[in-house]
Write a protein that binds this ligand. Structure first.
Ligand code: AMP
Ligand code: MG
Length: 407
């Protein structure tokens, strides 16, 4: 059997670059930038006024002038109006370009305006106040966002500001999620008491959707020829095949045999872990990767978050500034003792809570094994407990693999 850490290493060593593509910036949220974003001009592009008020020459104020004749009013976005006399000023709004003949802004709160004359109500005036100077944030050509980062709303805002209507992003692998099992019926069907509705493929599809990846789904029956034929077709059409079910010791588990017959090289089968022990992983000579997860919904869910998503992240962002696999994991403090003595690495389901000091605390909620998918709704993450120990004490800190948004 393979250890969790070896399984992780093997999977991460199969990270692949799927190239890049240009897409409209508005659709790029959650994708990974494949090019650096640069400023197409200085930011800000002019000396930008940051308060509503008047623009004056500081030298005029220094010479003792306290009243200024308003020669015009400037909204943002217009060509500046210039003063020709020190006792003149321009009424000016936030975001407007500062006239070259002025150098200081006095906000409305510090002036009184009567009959077109502004009178200063304060003498605390600093030259250059309330001005955001041209190029202060970024110079034309400066990198505003490096490549190899997830695109966030701040990136979308910057792309809009610098006029990048199309962004070069990392291509996502083409993924198919295959469910297996004759006991499974479609969501719209009424199952007999001996059947269950398919849920794994929808769970995986939804988790991938959160990463901007839209996968296809397929269901195959527990029949060896059909299993082989369908997987064979997928090997020609996809970059990654995620399977659920059919990989254990059961009489109707035909997946490993079909994969072997299709010459998908087995890189490991069975991991020293609970849940998810029967996990099978392999690669075809064509480059297609096969993640075959056990069918129990909690096992599929755990393997997806512990192995597939870190693999996806490494394939898209390499090298990752946060580390890889377990290196990028978040950590939480156990709130209660856990005892687990089987010689397997235990991934306990936990409810997370952030305390007032900002630390994450994990309360175990055990559930009833890997078939108890209802427990996934009571919990937020798997906590990864080391194989070498069987008692895990309150206040000890371990890595977590969240499957819900914890922020
Ligand atoms: P298997 O790994 O095929 O032996 O399946 C293990 C358990 O997971 C069985 O109880 C299956 O009914 C269940 N299972 C397998 N695939 C799914 C699925 N797509 N949705 C819900 N349950 C599943
Ligand atoms: Mg099955």
């Amino acid at each position: 059997m393979t250890t969790v850490s070896d399984a992780e290493k093997i999977i991460l060593s199969q990270a692949k670059d799927y190239g890049s593509e240009l897409i409209p910036f508005e659709n790029a949220l959650g994708r990974v930038l494949a090019e650096a974003l640069t400023a197409d001009r200085d930011l800000p592009p002019c000396n930008r006024v940051t308060m509503d008020g008047i623009a004056i020459s500081h030298a005029a104020f220094e010479s003792g002038i306290k009243t200024f004749r308003i020669i015009g009013t400037m909204p943002a976005g217009v060509q500046p109006i210039e003063i020709t006399n020190p006792n003149e000023c321009v009424e000016i709004m936030t975001g407007a370009a500062l006239p070259d003949t002025t150098d200081t802004i006095i906000r409305y709160e510090d002036i009184e305006i009567k009959n077109g004359i502004a009178t200063l109500l304060t003498d605390k005036i600093t030259k250059g106040q309330s001005i955001h100077y041209k190029g202060k944030d970024k110079k034309q050509g400066d990198v505003v966002a490096p490549a190899n980062e997830y695109i966030t709303p701040a990136h979308i805002s910057m792309a809009a500001s610098v006029g990048k209507s199309m962004l070069l992003v990392k291509k996502l692998p083409k993924v198919v999620i295959i469910s297996t099992g004759d006991e499974l019926v479609d969501v719209t069907e009424r199952p007999t008491p001996y059947q269950v509705r398919r849920s794994n493929s929808y769970a995986v599809k939804a988790a991938l959707q959160q990463h901007g990846l839209h996968a296809d789904t397929l269901h195959i029956p527990d029949e060896p020829n059909e299993t082989r034929t369908q997987i064979e077709k997928c090997l020609t059409q996809y970059d990654v095949i995620i399977l659920s079910g059919g990989i254990s010791m059961g009489k109707f588990d035909y997946v490993p045999q079909a994969l072997e017959e299709l010459k998908v090289e087995k890189l490991f089968h069975k991991v020293e872990q609970r849940p998810g022990k029967p996990f099978w992983f392999g690669a075809h000579a064509s480059g297609v990767l096969v993640f075959a997860f056990p069918g129990n919904p909690v096992s599929t869910f755990m393997c997806l978050h512990r192995y597939f998503l870190p693999w996806l992240k490494k394939s898209l962002i390499s090298p990752s500034p946060l580390g890889e696999g377990r290196g990028e994991a978040l950590y939480a403090i156990l709130n209660e003792d856990i005892t687990f003595s089987a010689p397997l690495q235990y991934f306990a389901q936990v409810k997370l809570k952030r305390c007032k000091h900002g630390h994450l605390h994990a309360t175990p909620i055990e559930g009833h094994g890997s078939g108890d998918f209802a427990n996934l709704l009571n919990t937020d993450a798997f906590i990864e407990l080391p194989l070498e120990q069987s008692v895990f004490k309150k206040d000890e800190v371990y890595p977590i693999w969240p499957f819900k948004n914890i922020f």
